[in-house]
Design a protein around this ligand. Structure first.
Ligand SMILES: NC(=O)c1ccc[n+]([C@@H]2O[C@H](COP(=O)([O-])OP(=O)(O)OC[C@H]3O[C@@H](n4cnc5c(N)ncnc54)[C@H](O)[C@@H]3O)[C@@H](O)[C@H]2O)c1
Length: 371
């Protein structure tokens, strides 16, 4: 039985905690030991005392946390501050986005640990139940952020997305009709914006159109992206090819045709971004301007609503943490439990070896480019 450790997140602006006290209580009642790095829950409004009252052991430092626990449950991928504490006895369960950061794969392999990305856990229908809650949050934030960056005092083109009598309605293009895209659409449609949504999946477009009859939906191709995006006030990037680096959907040449003060919010930045050449921004530097267009690409968008996001993430991962902590690691693939088999299929790195086929392909491409 692996002892569970919840470290404090270190990414800029990150206030989420992977498991809230209620979830820890369930784990402890099930017989597991849980430790938490001091203050890890505070930015989500959960005090150390609340955790202690549930039976969680509070440890003072990250070093103690990583020494004490074997199963590390984190929100975001480990950064330099965490890396030094990880060893080959650790199992790391967190968002990792490894296809967008091959350097991190090499680092985790050198350590010799086992890593399971939240975003690779799939259900029987191919849906991603541990990515979905944060995609819901990020999609909703993208709409709100995009709307506010369009304000004149934020450097935007001074467009109110919903429009008013006698004025133009704001035009928004959403790239991707998946979880993040459809949650962005829900807010944008409620604001009254003119929304065009593009995806490669006709069924997803149809069901989104049924929910929001006022939007326009289109099968995505380069020409359509160019035609719609060049006139948009706001473009929201929300595409995903599961396990892979995000595809470039919005080319630089199209961004250059967009109006000064228009806005791009690229949610897919955690997988490398779907806008050509876009770079990460953060809660401290929310956006930058390039070719007159405002670019926002925060890899941890849900951190802005840390309490909501922690609650939602914690309840989604809890069944998987219960399974992972209690199952012999080498038996996961043979288990009757759906969760155990999903965890087994999602393992990216096992004891220092890359076992995920997509990542193996990405590394092979990297190697061939080095020759
Ligand atoms: N920045 C953040 O804080 C944050 C938070 C949560 C999720 N995300 C990211 O948001 C992205 C979307 O996640 P999701 O859960 O909505 O994924 P999803 O799988 O539910 O939806 C992605 C959609 O993109 C579509 N797609 C793929 N290639 C396309 C293309 N070339 N053109 C048009 N559509 C295309 C797919 O058909 C799918 O419908 C992911 O990269 C995810 O990691 C980011």
């Amino acid at each position: 039985m692996m002892k569970i450790g919840i470290p404090q997140e270190v990414m800029t602006g990150e206030g989420r905690v992977a498991l809230i006290p209620e979830a820890c209580e369930s784990l402890i009642k099930a017989g597991y030991s849980v430790c938490l790095q001091r203050h890890a829950g505070e930015n989500s409004g959960y005090s150390d005392l609340e955790y202690e009252n549930c039976g969680v052991e509070i440890v003072a430092t990250a070093e103690q946390l990583y020494q004490s626990a074997q199963l590390i449950i984190k929100v975001k991928q480990p950064l330099d501050q965490d890396i030094g504490y990880l060893t080959n006895r650790h199992v790391l369960f967190s968002y990792l986005h490894l296809a967008a950061d091959l350097g991190l794969i090499h680092t985790l392999c050198d350590i010799g640990l086992t890593a399971i990305p939240f975003e690779s856990i799939a259900d029987n229908n191919g849906a991603l139940p541990l990515l979905a809650p944060m995609s819901q949050v990020a999609g909703r934030i993208a709409a709100i952020r995009g709307a506010s960056l369009l304000f004149t005092n934020r450097g935007g083109r001074g467009v109110l997305l919903g429009g008013v009598d006698g004025a133009d309605t704001g035009r928004v293009v959403v790239l991707g009709a998946g979880v993040a895209g459809s949650h962005a659409v829900a807010v944008l449609a409620a604001l009254g914006a003119k929304v065009d949504v593009l995806d490669l999946d006709a069924k997803k477009l149809e069901s989104l159109k049924r929910l929001h009859p006022m939007i326009e939906t289109h099968l995505s191709d380069a020409q359509r992206v160019e035609t719609l995006c060049q006139d948009a006030d706001l473009v929201v990037g929300a595409v995903l090819l599961a396990g892979r680096r995000a595809p470039v959907v919005l080319k630089r040449s199209v961004v250059k045709q967009m109006n000064a003060g228009s806005v791009i919010v690229d949610i897919a930045i955690d997988q490398g971004g779907c806008v050509e050449g876009i770079r990460s921004t953060s809660s401290e530097e929310l956006c930058y301007v390039d070719n007159g267009v405002i670019h926002s690409a925060v890899p941890n968008m849900p951190a802005a609503v840390a309490r909501t996001a922690s609650q939602s993430l914690s309840s989604a991962i809890l069944p998987y943490v219960l399974t992972l902590a209690g199952t012999d690691f080498d038996q996961l693939g043979q288990s009757d439990s759906v969760q155990a088999r999903a965890i087994h299929a999602a393992i990216a790195i096992h004891r220092g070896e890359v076992v995920d086929e997509i990542l193996q392909q990405e590394l092979a491409v990297e190697e061939s480019l080095l020759i």
